[in-house]
Design a binder for this molecule. Structure first.
Ligand code: ZN
Length: 240
């Protein structure tokens, strides 16, 4: 039996699957991994993305932050790919219990997934730093002439509900993700090298039967997996 057949068999036998995904899930929708150092950022911006997307930078250089954010992180025009779609179908069938994602692009929800733990937040939620009023993505993306988006009620500066460097993760999201991972029998991990915190820590909560790793390259977790598939997520998911 080849790896894809084995994958299909594990999925067909399980009704308690959790999917844990990283940037690689969305690259097939055309969204680049903003953590990858492709040099593009360096041509146009004076700082690396890790600096611009930090809490300190947001506070000190809000205008510059938003220039980069609008340019690089506006995923509202992208569409879910086959992996997002298949995961949403598996949830509808009752086989998949949750998606845990490091992505902020909202594509799992766009594909129809309901239970999604967004470890790093979402570009679809934004809030006023003064009065905490929530806004959708339009407050940031619809009017790029307004360099710093502000609250319509109180004039406070809007901040994306996205976890910036130096910021902690949301406790409720993390505990939801831990619950899902520690109670599932099959954990599918895809599109992440598992090097970014807290991914590596979270999958240690798994106590079930099968961990399936889908990644183009080797990861340091290949040894603990019951099945490792070195292929693109799309190639794997279009088979189920
Ligand atoms: Zn406000």
């Amino acid at each position: 039996m080849d790896n894809i057949e084995l994958f299909k068999e594990i999925v067909s036998k399980s009704d308690n699957i959790v999917f844990f995904g990283g940037a690689g899930v969305s690259t097939e929708s055309g969204i680049p991994d903003f953590r990858s150092k492709d040099g593009l950022y360096n041509q146009k911006y004076d700082y690396p993305p890790e600096t611009i997307l930090s809490h300190t930078f947001f506070v000190a250089e809000t205008k510059e932050f938003y220039k980069f954010y609008r340019d690089k992180l506006n995923a509202t025009t992208y569409e879910p790919n086959i992996t997002h779609i298949k995961l949403a179908e598996l949830e509808k069938e009752g086989k998949l219990k949750a998606v845990v994602t490091q992505n902020i692009d909202g594509l799992h929800q766009k594909a129809g997934s309901k239970v999604v733990y967004e470890l790093h937040g979402s570009i679809y939620r934004n809030y006023c730093t003064k009065c905490k009023e929530f806004y959708g993505p339009e407050i940031i993306f619809d009017d790029p002439t307004k360099e710093i988006p502000t609250c319509k009620k109180c004039g406070g500066i809007i901040k994306p509900d996205v976890v910036l460097y130096e910021e902690g993760l949301d406790d409720e999201v993390v505990s939801g993700a831990i619950d899902a991972i520690s109670n599932c029998d099959t954990l599918i991990v895809g599109g992440t090298s598992l090097t970014v915190y807290p991914a590596s820590g979270l999958i240690r909560y798994f106590r079930g039967k099968n961990i399936i790793l889908i990644n183009r390259d080797n990861t340091s977790y290949d040894d603990m997996a019951s099945l490792v598939i070195h292929d693109s997520l799309g190639n794997v998911f279009r088979n189920i």
